[in-house]
Ligand binder design. Structure first.
Ligand SMILES: Nc1ncnc2c1ncn2[C@@H]1O[C@H](COP(=O)(O)OP(=O)(O)OP(=O)(O)O)[C@@H](O)[C@H]1O
Length: 697
C-alpha cells in the first residue's frame, strides 16, 4: 500500500470509529431517557409506598449512573477476536455497557469478563484476540488509534504512545480514572476475588490509589446486590485526599461508595484536646485493646444473692447457684458485653417464666415477660453482676482511676506506662500535662468528672471505638479499601478490622512513606491487626507519576528510612529536576511559581506547615491566585500545601521550599520529605537556603 492509500484507509477507519462513538452516545442518551421516564412514572406502577420508594431510589441511581460526560470518551478500546469463544466478534470497551435498541452491545463495560483480555492479552497469550485497538482522545473527541496485531506477535506494552500520552498528560483538577490504560500487573489486583484480602506495597506513583478505586468499582460490578447491601468503604489519610479522589468512582458509574478518614470513622466523641506524642503512641498500642478487654471483663461479678420477685400473689425466687451457672454460661459465649447483658436478662426472665408456667399451668403474656425483664429486682441484679456500660464511661474510668487501670493493665503495661496514660507520676502525683494549653490545643485528655464533661483527644476516640467494639457489634462493610495504610496504628487497624470482619480488604501503602509515630515497618503486623493475617502482599514496581530523575533524587533518602521495600522503576524519562540554593526563599518561590505557570498543568508549592501562610500571602501579594489542597474544583492553578497534607496528591510542577525545615518539623521528617519529593509529575524544583538534609547533600 502507498503511504497515501495507507493514510486514506486510516481516515476511513477513524471516521467509522467516530460514527460508532456518535451512535453509542445516542444510544446512551436513549438509555438515560428511558431511565428518566421510568423514574418519573415509577410511583404509579409500584404497588405500595415501600416498593415505590425502593424503585425510585433504584431509578434515580440508574439515571445518575447513565450520565454521559462529553469530555470523557465513552469507549477507549476495541478487541477483534479470531479465536476462543468470541471468534469473529468485535467489541468496543468502555466505561459502561451501552446497548442499541435491540439490546445488542455497542460498548462493553471494562469490567465485563470479555474485557479482561483488553488488559491481559499478550502476543504470548493472545486469548483469542487478533487485534487490540487503543483510542486516543482529546477532550472527548476521538483523534487517533493504535493497533496491536497480537495474532502476528505485535505488542507495544509500555511503549504504547497512547499510554505515554495519558501518563504525561498535564494534571488539572481531581484525580481521574485509568480504565483505558490499566496495566496487566494492576489488572490482576483490580480483578482479585471479593473473598481475597490483598496488601499492595508500592513506591510513590505506582498506581496504588488507582488500583484500589478500580478494584472497588470492579467488585461493585461483579457483586452488585451483595455489596450494595453491605457497602464499600474507602479510607484515606485526610479530607484533602478524599476530595482529590472523590470523582473517580462516580466517573466509573459508581455513586454509592462511602469515603472516610480513620478519624471520621471513630467519631463517637468530639476531639477537643491533643495528646503529647508519647501518650498518643501508647494509646495507639495494641496492648491497650487487651487492657480495655480486661477492664470490661472485670465488671462481671459473681452473684451473691438470690433474685426475689413479687408478682401479684406470687413470689418467684432464683437461687445463687443457678444465677452463677447462668452468668458463667453467658460469659463463656464470648458475646459483646452489651449483648451479654441482654442475654443474661433474657435468661433470668426465662427462669422466671418457667416457674410461672409450672405454677399457673399457662404461658405468661409478652407484656408479663417485658415487665419481668424491667422489674427492679432483675435490674438490680444486672447492675450488680453485669452493669450497664458505655464506651466513653469505660475509657473515662481507665484514664481517671489508678486502681481500675492497675487491675486491668497488670502485666500488660508497666507502672510508668500506666502513669503516663493517666498524666500523673508513678507515685500518684498529678503530672503537668493534662489540661495544659499548647499551641495545638489543650494538652492531654481534659478529664472531667463525667465522660460528657471530658475533652477527648484523637487517640481517646480510637480507644472509645475499641471499647464500643467490646460492647456492641458494629455493622461491617462488604469491602474496605484502605489507602496510605502504612500510617495506621495497631489500634486504628483494629477499628477497621471491626468494620470488615465479614468482608475483605484492599490495603494500599508504602512503608517508606510512613510518617506517623506508629508507622508500620512490616505489613504482616498490620494485616494481623486488621484481622487478615493471610492476605498476600503484592508489590507494584512501575512508577507512572514521578520522572526517573526525580525518583533518583528522592531515592537517596531511602537508606536513611530504615524500611525494606522493593525498588520501583519509573516509566517517565522526561521531566526536570532543579535544586537551587537561594538567599530569599519567598522571592525564589514566587519566581519559581511564575516560571512554572508558563507550562501547562498544576503547580504545587510544598513547605513545612508553619511556612505555608507566609508563602501564600507572598504569592497573593505578587498577584498569583492560590488554592488550598482540599479545593480541587478551584480555577487557581497554584496550590500551597503544608507538607503534612500532601500525601497521595500530585502536581505537574512541584516547588519544595526548604527541605531542612520539613525534616526538622517532626520526628519522622525524612519520611515526610520522601513523600514531598515524590509528588511531581513533570518538574520538581527544590529551593533551599539552609543546607540540604544529609542524605541529599
Ligand atoms: N496504568 C496507568 N495508566 C495511566 N496512569 C496511571 C496508571 N497507573 C497509575 N497512573 C497514574 O499515576 C499517578 C499515580 O497514581 P496513584 O496516585 O494511584 O499512585 P500511588 O501509588 O497511590 O502513589 P502514592 O504512593 O504517592 O500515593 C496517577 O496520576 C495515576 O492516574
Amino acid at each position: 500500500m502507498t503511504l497515501h492509500a495507507q493514510d486514506q484507509s486510516l481516515d476511513t477507519e477513524l471516521a467509522a470509529e467516530r460514527a460508532h462513538l456518535d451512535s453509542s452516545r445516542a444510544a446512551l442518551r436513549r438509555m438515560r431517557e428511558r431511565a428518566e421516564s421510568l423514574f418519573a412514572t415509577g410511583d404509579k406502577v409500584a404497588g405500595d409506598a415501600y416498593t415505590a420508594e425502593q424503585l425510585g431510589r433504584h431509578m434515580a441511581r440508574r439515571v445518575k449512573e447513565l450520565a454521559d460526560d462529553p469530555t470523557t470518551p465513552l469507549f477507549f478500546g476495541r478487541l477483534d477476536f479470531d479465536g476462543a469463544d468470541h471468534a469473529g466478534r468485535r467489541y468496543h470497551i468502555g466505561r459502561r455497557h451501552v446497548t442499541d435498541e435491540r439490546g445488542e452491545p455497542m460498548v462493553l463495560d471494562w469490567r465485563a469478563p470479555v474485557s479482561r483480555s483488553f488488559y491481559r492479552a499478550s502476543a504470548r497469550d493472545p486469548q483469542g484476540v487478533a487485534v487490540r485497538r487503543r483510542f486516543g482522545f482529546s477532550t472527548g473527541v476521538l483523534t487517533s488509534f493504535e493497533d496491536e496485531h497480537l495474532n502476528r506477535g505485535e505488542e507495544l506494552g509500555t511503549a504504547s504512545r497512547i499510554l505515554t500520552a495519558e501518563i504525561e498528560r498535564p494534571r488539572v483538577g481531581p484525580m481521574r480514572d485509568i480504565v483505558a490504560t490499566i496495566q496487566p500487573e494492576q489488572d490482576e489486583l483490580v480483578r482479585a476475588d471479593l473473598a481475597d484480602s490483598i496488601c499492595v506495597q508500592g513506591a510513590p506513583g505506582t498506581g496504588k490509589t488507582a488500583v484500589g478505586l478500580h478494584r472497588a468499582a470492579y467488585l461493585l460490578y461483579l457483586h452488585r446486590e451483595r455489596l450494595r447491601r453491605a457497602g464499600v468503604l474507602i479510607v484515606g489519610p485526610n479530607r484533602a485526599f478524599l476530595s482529590y479522589i472523590a470523582a473517580v468512582l462516580p466517573a466509573l458509574g459508581e455513586v454509592e461508595v462511602a469515603q472516610s478518614t480513620v478519624e471520621d470513622l471513630v467519631d463517637r466523641v468530639p476531639v477537643r484536646a491533643v495528646d503529647d506524642p508519647a501518650v498518643a503512641t501508647l494509646k495507639h498500642d495494641a496492648r491497650l485493646a487487651e487492657v480495655l478487654r480486661r477492664a470490661t471483663e472485670a465488671l462481671i461479678a459473681e452473684p451473691t444473692e438470690p433474685i426475689m420477685v413479687s408478682d401479684g400473689s406470687f413470689r418467684w425466687r432464683i437461687g445463687v447457684e443457678p444465677l452463677h451457672r447462668l452468668i458463667e454460661e453467658t460469659r463463656r459465649e464470648g458475646l459483646p458485653y452489651g449483648v451479654g447483658r441482654e442475654r443474661v436478662r433474657a435468661r433470668v426472665v426465662s427462669l422466671l417464666q418457667r416457674q410461672a408456667e409450672a405454677r399457673r399451668a399457662e404461658s405468661p403474656s409478652d407484656a408479663w415477660l417485658r415487665r419481668m425483664g424491667k422489674c427492679r429486682p432483675v435490674t438490680e441484679f444486672l447492675d450488680a453482676v453485669w452493669p450497664a456500660l458505655t464506651p466513653e464511661g469505660l475509657v473515662h474510668t481507665l484514664l481517671a482511676d489508678p486502681v481500675t487501670l492497675a487491675a486491668a493493665a497488670e502485666g500488660v503495661l508497666t507502672p510508668e506506662e500506666q502513669a503516663l496514660l493517666q498524666g500523673r507520676t508513678v507515685d500518684g502525683e498529678a503530672g503537668a500535662p493534662a489540661g495544659t494549653r499548647s499551641a495545638r490545643g489543650t494538652l492531654g485528655t481534659g478529664l472531667g468528672r463525667t465522660p460528657k464533661a471530658t475533652r477527648w483527644t484523637a487517640a481517646d476516640a480510637v480507644l472509645i471505638d475499641e471499647a464500643s467494639g467490646l460492647i456492641e457489634r458494629p455493622a461491617g462493610f462488604g469491602h474496605v479499601v484502605v489507602d496510605e495504610a502504612q500510617d495506621l496504628s495497631p489500634m486504628q487497624c483494629r477499628a477497621i478490622a471491626r468494620r470488615s470482619e465479614h468482608g475483605s480488604i484492599t490495603l494500599l501503602g508504602d512503608l517508606a512513606q510512613g510518617t506517623a509515630p506508629w508507622a508500620a515497618t512490616d505489613w504482616r503486623e498490620s494485616l494481623a491487626h486488621l484481622g487478615k493475617p493471610d492476605a498476600v502482599v503484592v508489590p507494584l514496581t512501575v512508577g507512572f507519576r514521578v520522572p526517573a530523575a526525580v525518583v533518583a533524587f528522592a531515592n537517596q533518602l531511602l537508606p536513611a528510612l530504615a524500611v525494606d521495600v522493593p525498588p520501583a522503576e519509573s516509566l517517565r524519562h522526561d521531566g526536570n529536576l532543579d535544586v537551587l540554593t537561594v538567599t530569599d526563599l519567598t522571592a525564589a518561590t514566587v519566581a519559581e511559581v511564575r516560571a512554572a505557570l508558563a507550562h501547562d498543568g498544576s503547580v504545587g508549592v510544598i513547605a513545612a506547615d508553619d511556612a505555608v501562610d507566609a508563602l501564600r500571602a507572598a504569592l497573593d501579594a505578587a498577584g498569583v491566585p492560590t488554592a488550598t489542597a482540599d479545593d480541587v474544583e478551584t480555577a487557581a492553578r497554584v496550590t500551597v500545601v503544608p507538607a503534612t497534607l500532601v500525601k497521595g496528591l500530585e502536581y505537574d510542577h512541584v516547588v519544595v521550599v526548604e527541605p531542612a525545615a520539613i525534616v526538622a518539623a517532626e520526628p519522622r521528617g525524612l519520611h515526610r520529605l520522601y513523600v514531598v519529593l515524590t509528588r511531581a509529575v513533570s518538574r520538581l524544583a527544590v529551593l533551599h537556603s539552609a543546607p540540604l538534609p544529609a542524605p541529599l547533600a
